[in-house]
Ligand binder design. Structure first.
Ligand SMILES: Nc1ncnc2c1ncn2[C@@H]1O[C@H](COP(=O)(O)OP(=O)(O)OP(=O)(O)O)[C@@H](O)[C@H]1O
Ligand SMILES: [Mg+2]
Length: 480
């Protein structure tokens, strides 16, 4: 049983070592300097200075923790880095601030209603910082003695001598404590903390005073100073959990394991009401603080009118996260209605948002982004090939260019070379079509395919031009 458990742990470790390269894995932050001015190329981001500077302001807003219920819309053409900038914000915020990422279409799940999905997403984005005081013993181990019974069975007893720079104390140890210390492989010279209430042992590192004891110490050995003052201290521990996590743990129908499976289903509103009450009690007593995180809704035009009006209301709530949305749509139908609106978002919600526009990239910027991507994918590429790729990206799209890096790299490896050249790029450009060439080809050869759809839509388009009111009807039938 225990062998199986050990094997499993190792398996998990293996997985974490494999690093996958995703669309935004080259992004490490917003790339701002200390004055919150964007550097042209930094932390994986290139150009798009205005949007990044604006996002820096949003970042400050969130970090100050004073503002909740604000909302931002990132609008711009496809491939201009909206999702990338949102991911950069998540990185810049760090792991302490809750950041929930969802796509607009995620709410149309069969398992729960749209508003429930949105409520869960909102509550996932609000953190509760719970403060807990605990008593710990912190010091350097001087001596650790165990007396084993002669018979070999029965419980062990022992003594632990600990010291700080100011004092030294001997503690008597019971069986359980000895096991805990042995499990952590505590030796004389280690600096450890022991939680008095739970008996949990935590090894901080080795004391500097003992650094000369061994000639060979591994690179992972951490040397720390021997602690000062009293051995026994009070320490404040802060846990951050999200409201959603508290909801799930307290909803009787789904145990806390639902947190891992993600299969939480609907949560009753009574549970939420109770938790809200409890949390505000904690806040009054000073035990907990609320922390407004970020809810990022990508492709926000996929939400429908019901969700939008729900959001309107939710943003005005006292406990609301900062909502960041992104869309690449211009003036289009609001889903679920026949009304048109900028970005497919109703005007009353737009009115509550500040809008950040992203601009198309210049060829130079495209080249920089492609260079960063090539580095991320461990792909060596010649300067000429890179500038050809940038030209291709300018006339087609950045995403197509990024995809050509991977494919050209494969072609290059096939001919056992290390550097991607212009020829490799040309080859894959011929092998893989971009959207425009593909559309062109479809138009030319549509007759040979099944369901020659283009002929139909062309005819329909003609009709549409003639009759404007028809258009609205066509749109609404195709969207449902
Ligand atoms: N300024 C930038 N610096 C570095 N990489 C970028 C930048 N802008 C975009 N990218 C990269 O280009 C690709 C496309 O960008 P992204 O997905 O952010 O576009 P988008 O605006 O969200 O497009 P869509 O509207 O289609 O969702 C991603 O791999 C992204 O990481
Ligand atoms: Mg996107």
């Amino acid at each position: 049983m225990s062998a199986a458990a050990v094997a499993k742990v190792q398996e998990v470790r293996e997985i974490s070592r494999v690093e996958r390269i995703g669309a935004h894995s080259h992004i490490r932050g917003l790339g701002l300097d200390d004055n919150r001015e964007p550097r042209n190329v930094s932390q994986g981001l290139v150009g798009q200075l205005k949007a990044r500077k604006a996002m820096g302001v949003v970042l400050d807003m969130i970090k100050e923790e004073k503002i909740a219920g604000r909302s931002v819309l990132l609008a711009g053409e496809p491939g201009t880095g909206k999702t990338a900038i949102a991911m950069a914000l998540a990185q810049a915020l760090g792991s302490d601030t809750p950041f929930t990422c969802m796509s607009g279409s995620e709410i149309y799940s069969l398992e729960m209603s749209k508003t429930e999905a949105l409520t869960q997403a909102i509550r996932k984005s609000i953190g509760v910082r719970i403060k807990e005081e605990s008593e710990i013993i912190e010091g350097e181990v001087v001596e650790f003695q165990i007396e084993r019974p002669v018979t070999g069975t029965g419980s062990k007893v022992g003594k632990l001598t600990m010291r700080t720079t100011d004092m030294e104390t001997v503690y008597d140890l019971g069986n359980k404590m000895i096991e805990a210390l042995l499990k952590e492989k505590v030796l004389a010279g280690d600096v450890v903390t022991i939680d008095v209430a739970s008996g949990k042992v935590n090894k901080i590192g080795r004391s500097f005073t003992r650094s000369r004891d061994y000639d060979a110490s591994g690179p992972q050995t951490r040397f720390v100073q021997c602690p000062e003052g009293e051995l026994q201290k009070r320490k404040e521990v802060v846990h951050t959990v999200t409201l959603h996590e508290i909801d799930v743990i307290n909803s009787r129908t789904h145990g806390f394991l639902a947190l891992f499976s993600g299969d939480t289903g609907e949560i009753k509103s009574e549970v939420r009401d109770q938790i809200n009450c409890k949390v505000s009690e904690w806040r009054e007593e000073g035990k907990a603080e609320l922390l407004a995180g970020v809810l990022f809704i990508d492709e926000v035009h996929m939400l429908d009118i019901e969700c939008f009006s729900f959001l309107n209301r939710a943003l005005e709530n006292e406990i609301a996260p900062i909502v960041i949305t992104a869309t690449n749509r211009g003036v289009t139908n609001i889903r679920g209605t026949n009304y048109k609106s900028p970005h497919g978002v109703p005007l009353d919600l737009l009115d509550r948002m500040v809008i950040i526009m992203t601009q198309p990239y210049s060829e130079n910027e495209l080249e920089q982004i492609l260079k960063i991507r090539a580095e991320e994918e461990d792909c060596e590429i010649s300067k000429d090939a890179l500038s050809i790729l940038a030209k291709i990206s300018k006339s087609t799209s950045l995403r197509y260019g990024i995809q050509l890096i991977t494919t050209a790299h494969l072609v290059c490896r096939k001919r056992k070379a290390t550097e991607v050249t212009v020829d490799d790029v040309k080859k894959v450009y011929r092998l893989f079509l971009d959207e425009e060439r593909s559309t062109q080809l479809m138009k030319e050869y549509q007759k040979e395919y099944m369901f020659d759809h283009y002929a139909m839509t062309d005819a329909e388009n003609e009709e549409d031009k003639r009759d404007d009111s028809m258009e609205v009807q066509n749109d609404s039938t195709s969207s449902t």
